[in-house]
Design a protein around this ligand. Structure first.
Ligand code: GLN
Length: 310
């Protein structure tokens, strides 16, 4: 049995030695200003033990990791009907790419590219004011993390809104195909705010427990989603969670994972652990460079993989 307390500390120390940390996102000042030396790690295991190291209690912008929670919420609302409006295939393109949308009639490849997440936000908005829809998502995340302090960073949300021209383009383009039901600016409002949810590694790993436990926050606890749905969300994280680097992440880490341009990755070892890592420097695909490396080392040391046992 790997000593996880030791492992999280040793991986964090190893990462501190690495100079090439990738580049922090610069499209909005609140992300551009983050110190690339920050690093946090948290592993929550199936028995509820929590192992942390580094800046594990420092909140950061979860960005696209929010797409996992928003997808869970949308599936809860409309179930399988979601798949009439969003695909389930890896895109092989960047997270904010527009090229496939024209060829594929405004149906995004998957719920984790921005276009797909905008459709998911549009589903979550149905019957609500944008403020209420985002409040609902926030409550859901707080519940799953068992932490009422999780909040939206309004400065990030404003900055997303002011600079999100590509997202505005994606939303308008899908609206032209009839794949957004609401005025694009309302759907975008929900999306920009979900990207601006601020969480620490500890909170993120706790929020990911339902994907480790087949839809329950804790073993024996109430069911949040069905085991089949939890498996399927994990499948999408594995195949699409790192955009055009999803194959490489599966190869190196072997676990479902979702990244965000804030430098976070949430990874799930089904039945074993929920892991959150944060290192703000990104690789050329917009995924945390050291976050990926740290997860690779953790997977190697523990033998956790969805592709086979040690
Ligand atoms: N806010 C970012 C965007 O919409 C989120 C992208 C990401 O985290 N990959 O462009």
């Amino acid at each position: 049995m790997t000593d996880l307390a030791l492992l999280v500390r040793s991986v964090t120390e190893q990462m501190a030695q690495i100079e090439d940390r990738g580049a922090v996102a610069t499209y909005i000042p609140p992300l551009a200003e983050i110190d690339p030396l920050r690093f946090g790690l948290c592993i929550v295991t199936a028995d509820g033990a929590v192992h942390t190291a580094g800046d594990c209690d420092e909140p950061f912008s979860i960005q696209s990791v929010s797409k996992v929670f928003a997808l869970t919420q949308a599936l809860g609302k409309i179930g399988e009907a979601l798949w009439l409006r969003v695909g389930r295939e890896p895109s092989g393109t960047a997270f904010n790419s527009i090229v496939q949308l024209e060829r594929e009639q405004g149906i995004p490849r998957n719920p984790f590219v921005n276009a797909g997440a905008l459709v998911v936000a549009d589903v979550n908005l149905a019957g609500h004011e944008p403020r209420v829809a985002i409040g609902e998502l926030l409550r859901f995340v707080r519940h799953m993390a068992d932490d009422e302090t999780i909040a939206i960073d309004e400065a990030v949300a404003r900055a997303e809104q002011e600079t999100g021209f590509r997202n505005v383009a994606l939303a308008n383009y899908m609206k032209a195909f009839g794949n957004l039901k609401h005025p694009p600016e309302r759907t975008l409002g929900v999306y920009f705010h979900q990207c601006a949810i601020a969480m620490s590694c500890r909170q993120l790993a706790m929020a990911g427990r339902y994907l480790m436990h087949g839809g329950r926050i804790e073993p024996g606890g109430p069911r949040l989603i069905s085991p089949q749905r939890a498996r399927r969300i994990n499948a999408l994280m594995l195949t699409c969670g790192h955009y055009d680097a999803s194959g490489d992440f599966a190869f190196r880490v072997g676990l479902p994972g979702k990244s965000g341009v804030g430098g976070a990755i949430l990874a799930i070892a089904p039945g074993k652990a929920a892991i959150a890592v944060w290192s703000p420097g990104l690789n050329e695909n917009g995924n945390s460079q050291l976050g990926t490396l740290a997860l690779e080392r953790i997977a190697e040391a523990t033998g956790w993989s969805v592709f086979g046992a040690d």
